[in-house]
Design a protein around this ligand. Structure first.
Ligand SMILES: C[S@@+](CC[C@H](N)C(=O)[O-])C[C@H]1O[C@@H](n2cnc3c(N)ncnc32)[C@H](O)[C@@H]1O
Length: 229
């Protein structure tokens, strides 16, 4: 999408505003405000909830999630990159496309997560449809996480770059959730194609059970695949 000079100016002013606000309020990233705005509008978190945050580095969403689920809540963040420790939050380094990351999440949650968050973004190739397809692929891994660890009636918030696979993605989500909405928070105008899909009322009808197979060397071999669309 081509952005005019005036639009660019507005976006830069807005980014600067949230950047300064994040510094002032001690949030690790501007992204915190996107999640705040999403939660204020869609009521994602409840006190005591268990939350997993995929693609959580540097930790802006983790901070917001922890604030909102409170002392009794559980928040776990995973990212390809190391996340500096945050009080009351568990983190680990992992690639969500790898089986061992899924095993780690299962070990930490069982089927007991109330909310799955994903702000994952692919490495930007600069080619619109490639970036879009990679982003949708990451979302499908997040859906895969839901199928393994989300409680019935749980919620999911997932970032995606808009494009022609959006319909397929929302169809996959509609098979699994009672309600699916696409939303662009005010704090999210930095890229014109970024939106968040808010899914509520997980049906648990695509629940996938773990299969851990013993190999000859006794290393557990976990077979899983992101659902294909
Ligand atoms: C926009 S940042 C997340 C910002 C974060 N929500 C915050 O508030 O600080 C996107 C993150 O997704 C992570 N990511 C991308 N692909 C991933 C993957 N396959 N597994 C885990 N994390 C991934 C990147 O390393 C990056 O840190």
């Amino acid at each position: 999408m081509i952005v005019g000079l005036h639009d660019r100016w507005i976006v830069e002013r807005q980014n600067e505003h949230y950047y300064k606000l994040a510094k002032k309020l001690d949030y690790r990233s501007r992204a915190s405000f996107k999640l705040i705005q999403i939660d204020d509008r869609f009521q994602i978190f409840r006190l005591g909830d268990s939350v997993v945050d995929l693609g959580a580095c540097p930790g802006g969403w983790l901070q917001v999630a922890k604030e909102r689920v409170g002392e009794t809540g559980k928040v776990v963040g995973v990212d390809l990159r190391y996340i500096y420790p945050l009080e009351g939050v568990e983190t680990f380094v992992g690639d969500i496309t790898e089986d061992k990351t899924m095993i780690e999440l299962l070990t930490r949650f069982g089927g007991k997560a109330d909310v799955v968050l994903s702000d994952m973004a692919p490495n930007i190739a600069g080619h619109y449809s490639t970036d879009h397809a990679r982003s949708v692929n990451l979302c499908m891994y997040a859906v895969d996480v839901c199928d393994r660890i989300l409680k019935k009636n749980g919620k999911m918030v997932c970032k995606v770059f808009m494009g022609d696979l959006m319909d397929s993605l929302t169809r996959e989500l509609e098979k699994r959730f009672q309600s699916v909405k696409v939303y662009s928070p005010d704090a999210s105008r930095e890229t014109s194609s970024e939106v968040y899909v808010i899914s509520k009322g997980f049906l648990a009808n695509h629940r996938v059970k773990l299969k851990v197979l013993e190999e000859e060397d006794n290393e557990p071999d976990f077979k899983t695949k992101g659902p294909k669309i």
